[in-house]
Design a protein around this ligand. Sequence first.
Ligand code: BG6
Length: 484
Amino acid sequence: MTSRVSEPGVLVIFGGTGDLARRKLIPALASLAAGGLLHEAVQVLGISRSREHDDDSYRDLVRRACVDAGRADAIDPARFHFFSMPGGTPEEYQGLADRLGTLRSENELPPRHAFYLALPIAAMGKTIEALGAAGLAHAPDGGWTRIVVEKPFGHDLDSARALVDTTRRHFEETQVYRIDHYLGKETVQNLLAFRFGNAIFESLWNRDRIAAVEIMVAESVGVGDRGDYYDASGALRDMVQNHLAQLLTLVAMEVPPVIGAESVRYEKTKVLRSIAPITSRDVVFGQYAAGTIDGEAVPGYRDETGIDAGSTTETFAALKLEIMNWRWQGVPFYVRTGKRLPRRLTRIGVRFRSSPVCMFEHEGVCHVSSDVLILTLQPDEGFSLHIDVKKPGSLQELQRIPLTFRYRDQFDGLPDAYETLLHDVLEGDQTLFVHSEEVLESWRLLDPILADPPVAHPYKGGTWGPEAAAGWTLGEPALMREGR
Ligand code: BG6
């Protein structure tokens, strides 16, 4: 996100009264306004099927969402408007076009529209078609039209391809902003800065110097009230296809010529294309059973609301991947994610190769430990580089110590991912959005597993997942899961 004020225009939110709008989008707009980053002429048009709302009641909803997010009075609710589309008919889309025209002339705005589809997947394709059919996909000279799409981008390769095709029929790729909210996180963007802003690391970032990489997104929460959605998805679709695939590409990509949408997204796509086909031997699935987290009893997955008593859906997935290119061939990339693990923790660990000979020997034990870099993406963001120092007093005894950086020691808080992403949509910067080729490549990789999924091993809530995946790590459980 730049520190520039955004361009003026109208942000149209389909699903404008929904959970995402209330919890994330409205508070993010409020924060941008408070920080002076939202152009003061920007207007927001919330859309839903509801016939209950009008401008006034929608502004009440906006006020409440801001208060709940601790952003009371950060944005003038009069900038929010409401439009009801109960049937999604062509007449309603014509009505939408008219309403946009009125909003623009009342606020002296250029024809610039961003359509944010905060909608369930079933409504996505239809809405894109309808916008195109209503002539809303393109703006006259001096204007722009952008479309913002939330995950899931399909359910498998075929449905993703159908969605991409529908989108391409009406919108150019340069108009499409596919959100993976992980890319909006500061620490995820910092992967680019860490690698390409520090020549010291980039020169080590290859198979000659790195022995293994682990990417872990652990959650202590269960499925909550999203049982219906989750039971039809599972961890592979919900987390691996998007968030973990994105983290992997940022860790493994080649150096782009510049940090810009075209080159970064091209390099990320190349990583996905270089991953060796995944077989069921490379995947472990798990499903949480009842357990205890932080001293509190938690139910098993099959006892959660909306979950079938015989469900086989995975709530944990671990994968062992190999990237078949000159930089990474032979380096295992362990990717793992799960719900109801002991704590919320997103980390990337890199184990460097150990020294080639033993030079330090203490009490008959040869010391050849390898250095480890741990990037903590959330919570308590930062990183630590674990290296050896000589223990005072003995020439032979070494001890591993961390060189640590914490965001909270240096900076006053981090912006929420949606602030960054909404600002970038209004600015027209696609660097942090997912290209259609990335979507298709990641589904292509996972499709064979989806077609023939391994059995999900039960694991107790509050543990780190099934035993079968215990060995698929960097080999540094204490560094990946505890402290820094
Ligand atoms: C969402 C998934 O995309 O990401 C959720 O659907 C998951 O199941 C969430 O809990 C995790 O996001 P974060 O930002 O809390 O790590």
